[in-house]
Design a protein around this ligand. Structure first.
Ligand SMILES: [Zn+2]
Length: 141
């Protein structure tokens, strides 16, 4: 399969998850909260995973959490990433509970691991804002 030399391949987003991506464009991490049991979930779904209610609303998460798991890509699987390896993609457990995927942005040499604290940040790629996480371990703020 031949990928285009420019640009990124974007996911096909189901309607129920679109607010998450629209929030990203406004630098907000939007997750769903069940009005019946107050559980948070992401990505967006039609019903609550915990109690089955369909009474869900989108709320803004704090954007902070910890690395639950991550992978470091040392090989590019798309021309866009040829000059970006190595890069890290993590599954981040938000402080509210749900887990979301995002690239990890570090200051050069900054170490991180499972359990490291992170904060949402954003990067403009192909005119879209993409969710990244910045490692905040050791930050005084
Ligand atoms: Zn519920």
């Amino acid at each position: 399969m031949e990928y285009p030399k420019e640009g990124v391949i974007w996911p096909v987003v189901p309607d129920v998850a679109k607010p998450f991506y629209k929030g990203m464009q406004q630098h907000k991490v939007l997750i769903q909260q069940c009005l019946a049991c107050k559980t948070f979930q992401a990505p967006g779904r039609i019903t609550c995973d915990h109690c089955g209610s369909n009474q869900l609303e989108w709320v803004e998460a704090k954007g902070t959490g910890t690395i639950y798991s991550y992978v470091v890509f040392h090989r590019s699987f798309h021309p866009y990433y040829d000059d970006k390896v190595p890069y890290t993609v993590a599954l981040v457990e938000l402080d509210e509970g749900p887990r979301v995927m995002g690239h990890i942005e570090t200051n050069s040499g900054q170490e991180y691991n499972v359990g490291s604290s992170v904060r949402a940040c954003y990067k403009t790629i192909d005119k879209n804002e993409l969710l990244y996480f910045q490692v905040t371990d050791g930050d005084k703020s």
